[in-house]
Design a protein around this ligand. Structure first.
Ligand code: SF4
Length: 186
């Protein structure tokens, strides 16, 4: 199994979710949001292809990371490979965030035709969903570019069959106190 990436894994990020995170930049995105900061990640033939096994071995080598964030590009164009990696991240006792240009409800609908989408969703703790919308952009937003994007607690949302917004302010306050609960800094 392979995955197409836009860059090497990027450890030690503090802006792509709570805690100290390693970002996996996937290659390929069809949303074409005006004002996108990463247009070089859109080409589905761009970047390079790497064995998923190689990513798992890189994850083995990570030190002092609290989680892994999938970004891009849009990771949901490669849900099968991302699901395998995300499952391994959980096995290593780290949490999983994912950024997507799709909205959560559309992913649920798409998963009926492509079960890999649900496989990946089930391995995501926090999903930041929706396209970047320039008119709703603000530098004051935490962990997202525009106010339409939601920071979703995926496990609660799947369980309660409705979108449950994660309490990001609480997440950050608790992280600063160094308190960890259920594998997530919340
Ligand atoms: S979904 Fe993300 S990567 Fe894709 S065009 Fe929109 S902002 Fe850019």
């Amino acid at each position: 199994m392979t995955i197409r990436l836009a860059s090497d894994l990027q450890p030690d990020s503090v802006v792509d979710g709570t805690g100290i995170r390693t970002v996996i930049w996937t290659q390929g995105c069809g949303h074409d949001c005006p004002g996108c900061h990463n247009p070089e990640t859109h080409d589905f033939e761009g970047g390079w292809v790497i064995e998923v096994q190689d990513i798992l071995e890189e994850i083995d080598e990570l030190e002092a990371q609290t989680g892994v964030t999938f970004s891009g590009g849009d990771p949901f164009y490669q849900p099968d490979s991302c699901a395998v990696i995300a499952k391994y991240v959980h096995k290593k006792k780290m949490d999983v965030w994912c950024y997507t240009g799709f909205i959560y409800e559309d992913l649920l609908a798409m998963s009926k035709k492509n079960p890999a989408i649900m496989d990946f969703l089930k391995e995501i703790d926090i999903l930041v969903d929706g396209p970047f919308i320039m008119a709703k952009h603000s530098y004051n937003l935490k962990f997202r570019g525009s106010s339409n994007q939601r920071i979703i607690d995926v496990k609660k949302s799947l369980k309660e069959k409705k979108v449950v917004i994660a309490m990001v302010d609480d997440v950050e306050i608790d992280f600063n106190r160094g308190r960890k609960k259920e594998g997530l800094y919340i």
